[in-house]
Write a protein of this length. Structure first.
Length: 177
């Protein structure tokens, strides 16, 4: 999964990005357009990773998001670059991100709207929350992570749960659900 750029869609896409950031370790650059009204809250992802390791960059336009992400990936200064994309990217832009990730030995994750994506992405994931029927469950982090595009493997899905203590993803068997 490293040194490539991937795409994630669905309501739990940001949880996927935070879990990947925790797994990879190191610094994370989160690039988004400045006009977007919502923000990521450091307290909301503190169980995934130290908020001090996340730098949020606000870019004036879609093109600036792509440019900043490409430079960060190529530099190798960050382990993970998360791009919040609101518009489709072409094959050329997607390929540039792939080459930059390989050159800088970094990983890129594009958070995209459902149904949008680039042919250049190595993988595309759909991430959705899973309802936990146990009303006494201490935590409701069950997620369904489905790989819907994979250039080098098969397509499948997993139900996963974030373990905040170990900062790891655990695959939940269907029996345990």
């Amino acid at each position: 999964m490293t040194t490539r750029t991937h795409e994630v869609c669905g309501p739990s896409a940001s949880a996927f990005a935070f879990a990947l950031g925790a797994r990879l370790g190191g610094a994370v650059l989160w690039v988004r357009e400045a006009w977007l009204g919502d923000q990521i809250n450091p307290m909301g992802f503190a169980s995934y990773m130290d908020p001090q390791n996340v730098l949020v960059a606000l870019a004036p336009s879609h093109i600036d998001v792509l440019a900043a992400a490409e430079e960060a990936l190529r530099s190798g200064s960050v382990t993970l670059v998360v791009l919040e994309l609101t518009q489709p990217i072409g094959l050329t832009e997607g390929r540039r991100l792939q080459l930059a990730a390989q050159q800088g030995k970094s990983t890129g994750v594009c958070l995209i709207p459902e149904g949008m994506g680039s042919n250049a992405a190595q993988t595309r994931w759909r991430c959705t929350p899973v309802f936990d029927a146990d009303p006494h469950a201490p935590d409701s982090t069950l997620q369904r992570w489905e790989i819907i595009k994979n250039k080098s493997g098969t397509l499948t899905a997993w139900t996963v749960k974030w373990d905040a203590q170990t900062r790891r993803i655990n695959v939940v068997s269907s029996v345990a659900q």
